[in-house]
Ligand binder design. Structure first.
Ligand code: F6P
Ligand code: MN
Length: 322
């Protein structure tokens, strides 16, 4: 089994980027340890604060954010970070080569039920000539990512990562503290009979999505003439991990539940990194209007529609919008 750094060197990843990735992962090892401690960690409750998006912050969210932020800003490799838990971007080293966006703990409502949660990250090159404090540095298309990944804190701690040369899985060896390459070039099957969506929002979706999911649910009695199964972990990181592992269709579609917030998932630190991982594994990741990684960002906390997974099923879904 190969360790992380040699595996990255074999993919010709440059040494600065390898050092930055190791820095991100150092924080995830500590988060993994705290998550594994459960109530013993003393950080399982809720804070009295809300993040910029009006969500109650869990103590573990705040701890995970602080761990990542401190280690990245101290590293010298990073010009700025942006996080789900920070109102705006935070400046690091003006000469840092990279910028990093992250969701420190995705799926935080799963913390209290001891279910899947994870850290999602996305790395881009820092544009030259811009001030480290300027959040506009982050307004780059997802196609500009040089690395994306997530760490899933489940029964095992698993890293899924891409630097543009396939998507690979690594498993944290908790005895020695190293991520070991456990699956190279993950491939998402082109077909699937499994879908993941929060069905409680069905009546709020646009008509094409209602029709598409409606036909899946009709199973062998409907136009698809076969049965589909539904899975919903309620943490994007867990649902995408299932898609990467055994294929599947995942969506958080547009809805009109609250008209001022038609989408749920965030572009910079959820949709873009997951899209990079999914595309590198042979899947598709789109909105009903086009490829997610080609969206021109307007805001670091902007939200987007997400439809991703097995190629043929994503294309089938899009055909309902034509
Ligand atoms: O980060 C947002 C998130 O927690 C995702 O991980 C997940 O897919 C989604 O929200 C679940 O939201 P809801 O329970 O409102 O459908
Ligand atoms: Mn999240």
């Amino acid at each position: 089994m190969q360790r992380l750094a040699p595996a990255l060197r074999a993919d010709n990843v440059n040494l600065d980027l390898i050092s930055l990735i190791k820095t991100v992962l150092a924080a995830t090892k500590e988060i993994s340890f705290r998550v594994g401690q459960g109530a013993l960690s003393g950080v399982m409750g809720s804070t009295l604060d809300e993040n910029i998006q009006g969500e109650v912050q869990k103590e573990l969210d705040v701890v995970a954010n602080q761990l990542l932020k401190d280690i990245l800003l101290e590293s010298g490799f990073v010009k700025a970070i942006s996080s789900e838990e920070e109102d705006t971007s935070v400046a690091g080293n003006q000469n840092g080569k990279y910028i990093v966006s992250f969701d420190p703990l995705d799926g935080s409502s799963n913390i209290e039920i001891n279910s899947l949660i994870g850290t999602i990250f996305s790395i881009m090159e820092a544009p030259e000539g811009m001030d480290a404090a300027d959040p506009d540095m982050f307004k780059q298309q997802g196609t500009k990512q040089v690395c994306a990944g997530y760490v899933l804190y489940g029964p095992a701690t698993i890293l899924a990562m891409t630097t543009g040369k396939g998507t690979h899985f690594y498993t944290l060896d908790k005895t020695h503290g190293s991520y070991m390459l456990t699956e190279k070039n993950v491939q998402i099957s082109e077909d699937t009979s499994e879908f993941a969506v929060n069905m409680s929002n069905q009546r709020f979706w646009q008509q094409p999505m209602q029709n598409y999911i409606g036909d899946l649910v009709k199973g062998s009695d409907g136009p698809r003439e076969r049965n589909f199964n539904m899975r919903w972990i309620a943490a994007m990181v867990g649902d995408v991990h299932r898609v990467l592992t055994r294929g599947g269709f995942f969506t958080y579609p547009a809805d009109n539940k609250s008209p001022e917030k038609p989408y749920k998932l965030r572009l910079m630190y959820e949709a873009n990194p997951m899209s990079f991982l999914v595309e590198q594994a042979g899947g598709l990741s789109v909105t009903s209007e086009g490829r997610i990684m080609e969206i021109e960002p307007t805001d670091i906390h902007q939200r987007v529609e997400v439809i991703l997974g097995s190629k043929n099923e994503v294309e089938k879904c899009l055909s309902y919008y034509k």
